[in-house]
Write a protein that binds this ligand. Structure first.
Ligand code: BGC
Length: 418
């Protein structure tokens, strides 16, 4: 008995020593968060960098790991993300558009309900209710929005317009009313309308549909009230085809920054692009009104082609605490202000200070309040990824000369049938 007691004492002492040897208690291991986006270069990377600066300040113990995959509109990122999600190797958080694109991930059971964060951080009152609706299914909220972008804007070079004999500050009431100006630029030897690879052509297409069908007619394309096979869509597609005839020959080989750059550099007069384009002008210190102008795509004044980026908490995220910390920064006033100042978008938070933002952004904030809001096709608000992929394939087929207008329309009917 005594031996047993003695052994117990030795064991207790050595345990105590072991405990002493392990002091001081080690700091919790530095965690990390892999953030998957397509903000890989140029002004988009500057936006992400601005958010990371706030993140590092708010969460110094968590290392940001940049999982960005280049390719505007997520043209490459979304496919890679799908492969990773299917393989059970999700990033800790990923960029996804509010609306139909998000419901794809929800339906596939790939992202988690983050309502608890909305409760913890008091977020429900901070975002516009229309936006919250696009982030939720069955009362659960599945992501945290960073921003609101507008898809239906024209960016123009006033010097190129003046050299073509045009009023550099003119706006146009419809696509048809725009054609004479495009003809004048073409006659001056410059590219009238710059565009890039397929996804930017789909961005252009959605704005022509908004213009020619009107906000209600365009919305009807997504709730089966407007017939894709009808004469109104046929007329819009003819306008789209005509617009494409004014574009740069290298269009299929470039992405949006190069197309917008053609306007910045004075090789082209107009570029139709979401308002991330304004960040490219501002990054290069171009002055609105003098170096560039902007206006809603002809015939869409009063209509806001809406899209919003948001961040998710994937099922099986390897570092959920890192992801939650990222979502907290994304939702914070400081994070939204820093990010959107650099990104060209407007904050999703309604309590952001307007005076923190540029003249263009202040006009977008007003437009968002006042305009008829319609969902963007090219940026995940209106249609699922499957539908968008099929629309993109049909658009590429048409714009590379592999189909005529009638076949293009038939392909779009099939693409949107589901
Ligand atoms: C995203 C924007 C991004 C743009 C171009 C859109 O789908 O919502 O954040 O700037 O694509 O890459």
């Amino acid at each position: 008995m005594r031996r047993v007691a003695a052994l117990a004492v030795v064991a207790a002492v050595s345990l105590g020593l072991a405990a002493c040897a392990s002091k001081p208690t080690p700091a919790p291991a530095k965690s990390e968060v892999e953030v998957f986006t397509w903000w890989a270069t140029g002004s988009e990377k500057l936006g992400l960098d601005a958010l990371v600066t706030v993140f590092d300040k708010q969460h110094p113990n968590i290392t940001f790991v940049n999982g960005a995959v280049a390719g505007g509109g997520g043209s490459l990122a979304k496919g890679i993300l799908e492969t990773r999600l299917k393989a059970g190797k999700p990033p800790d958080t990923f960029q996804a558009h509010a609306g139909k694109e998000l419901t794809d991930y929800i339906a596939a059971g790939q992202i988690q309900d983050v309502s608890f964060l909305y409760d913890q951080l008091g977020l429900r009152k901070l975002f516009p209710s229309d936006l919250l609706r696009l982030l939720q299914v069955n009362g659960k909220i599945y992501s945290v929005p960073t921003n609101i972008h507008r898809s239906n804007m024209v960016w123009a070079n006033p010097r190129v317009l003046a050299a073509a004999g045009l009023d550099p500050h003119a706006t146009y009431a419809s696509i048809a009313a725009w054609f004479p100006a495009l003809d004048a630029v073409k006659a001056s030897g410059k590219t009238a309308l710059s565009v890039a690879t397929t996804w930017t052509q789909v961005n252009l297409l959605e704005t022509v549909l908004m213009s020619d069908l009107g906000a209600d007619g365009y919305r009807g394309l997504w709730d089966k009230q407007t017939d894709w096979a009808g004469p109104d869509v046929a007329a819009a597609l003819a306008d789209f085809a005509k617009l494409m005839s004014y574009t740069n020959p290298d269009r299929d080989a470039i992405d949006w920054p190069a197309a917008t750059q053609q306007v910045i550099d004075g090789q082209a007069a107009f570029n139709v692009m979401g308002d991330w384009a304004v960040a490219a002008f501002e990054e290069q210190k171009k002055v609105a009104g003098t170096d560039f102008t902007y206006f809603p795509v002809p015939g869409t004044d009063g209509t806001f082609g809406f899209l919003a980026d948001s961040f998710t908490l994937p099922v099986g995220a390897p570092h959920p605490d890192g992801a939650k910390a990222w979502l907290e920064t994304v939702s914070s006033l400081e994070g939204q202000t820093a990010f959107n100042k650099a990104k060209g978008s407007i904050p999703a938070r309604t309590d952001a200070k307007e005076s923190d933002f540029s003249t263009y952004q202040r006009s977008a904030i007003k437009a968002f309040r006042r305009d008829d809001i319609v969902p963007s096709l090219a940026h995940g608000a209106a249609a699922s990824i499957t539908v968008l992929d099929a629309v993109s394939a049909a658009t590429k087929k048409f714009s590379t000369g592999a189909s005529d207008l009638a076949t293009f329309q038939a392909d779009l009917v099939a693409a949107t049938a589901s």
